[in-house]
Structures are given as structure tokens and as C-alpha cells.
Design a protein around this ligand. Structure first.
Ligand SMILES: [Zn+2]
Length: 197
């Protein structure tokens, strides 16, 4: 072969190799490149309770809110639930001297997702975690239709007399969690064994 042809052949071969390499790099790189916009749109999960605020309905552990609080955990509750709770609280206070306060009320979806992630960590699997915490959009708290009562006295009052205002304990394993599940003066349905029910 003429020396110049040899050079041309070598150049052609290296161009072909470079194209091949470029091609495979493009193929390997494309899924990641395609994922990037979707990843950017997704809301970053909350990994630390320090990231949660009043605006998420966050009430720090050990604190509670009165039913006339102006915090979103209370003000974003379903109005019907709120009014039933107000009436029940007035009666509990008047007849037994028991104040009704809440440890949790309305929650943002990201707060609920944080709680679910915590439960997965604590109980070791999603299946087991679902007994105690729901995924964000499945939660009655996110819909503003559930409250967690803060004190044992108030839980006891509501478990005995709550149905007078339609307030019922929903899950057997959560003595603190109440929702409007009956007509006022009606009968509460039997509690489901846990959050999967
Ligand atoms: Zn609850």
C-alpha cells in the first residue's frame, strides 16, 4: 500500500472508532440526561424535622395546640370537624373540667411523607409502617379531617362521649386519633385494627 493511503486508512479507522465511542457514550449518557428535568421538578423530601414549620402544620413533640389557635394545624382543619371539636370541648370543659387540645391536626403532604419515612425507619418496612402512618395524600390529616388528641383525659372523654358530636376513634391502635365518622348523636363504627384498615 502507498504510505499516504496507509495514513488515510489509519485516520479513517480512528474516526470510525471515535464515532463509535461517541455513539456509545451518548447512549450511556442519555437516560441520566433524560432523568434530570423530572428529578428537578420533584419536591425534595424532608429528612429533618428542623425543615418543618408552622406552615406544614408542624407541632413539635411534647407541645399541643388549643382549638382556638390561629396556627395552620388548626385553622386548616375541615370546618365541620372543627365545629364538632369546639362543641365537644365546651362540654368537656363545662361538665368535667377537661380541656381538649391537639398534638396534631392538619398536616402538609410533605410533613406526612416525612412521618411515613420515619415510620419506615422505625418499623423496618413500608408494610409495617403503614399500620401507623399513611402516605402523604392518603392521610386524613392532610385532608384536614383528623386530629390527634393531646391528653389521656381528653382521649378518654371523646372515646366515651365523642359520638354525641359525631367524633369517633378510627383505629384501635391509635387511641388519640379522632375523625367525624358518625351523625351527631349517632353510633361510631367499630374501630379498624390499624391504619391499613
Ligand atoms: Zn392521627
Amino acid at each position: 500500500m502507498h504510505p499516504l493511503r496507509l495514513v488515510r486508512a489509519a485516520v479513517a479507522a480512528s474516526v470510525a472508532l471515535a464515532l463509535l465511542a461517541g455513539c456509545s457514550a451518548a447512549v450511556a449518557g442519555s437516560p441520566a440526561a433524560g432523568d434530570a428535568p423530572a428529578r428537578a421538578q420533584r419536591q425534595a423530601p424532608v429528612t429533618d424535622s428542623a425543615e418543618l414549620t408552622d406552615a406544614d402544620g408542624y407541632i413539635p413533640d411534647g407541645s399541643s395546640l388549643a382549638l382556638d389557635s390561629d396556627r395552620p394545624a388548626v385553622t386548616r382543619l375541615d370546618p365541620q370537624l372543627r365545629s364538632a371539636l369546639d362543641d365537644a370541648a365546651a362540654s368537656a370543659e363545662r361538665e368535667r373540667g377537661i380541656p381538649i387540645t391537639i398534638a396534631d391536626g392538619w398536616r402538609s403532604e410533605r410533613y406526612q411523607e416525612y412521618l411515613f419515612a420515619q415510620a419506615v425507619q422505625k418499623y423496618g418496612s413500608e408494610e409495617e409502617a403503614l399500620r401507623w402512618a399513611k402516605r402523604g395524600s392518603d392521610s386524613e390529616h392532610v385532608a384536614g379531617r383528623a386530629v390527634d388528641i393531646a391528653t389521656a383525659d381528653a382521649m378518654d372523654f371523646l372515646s366515651r362521649f365523642g359520638s354525641e358530636w359525631g367524633l369517633c376513634q378510627r383505629y384501635a391502635n391509635e387511641s388519640w386519633h379522632f375523625e367525624l365518622l358518625a351523625e351527631p348523636g349517632g353510633q361510631c363504627p367499630a374501630p379498624a385494627p390499624d391504619g391499613r384498615g
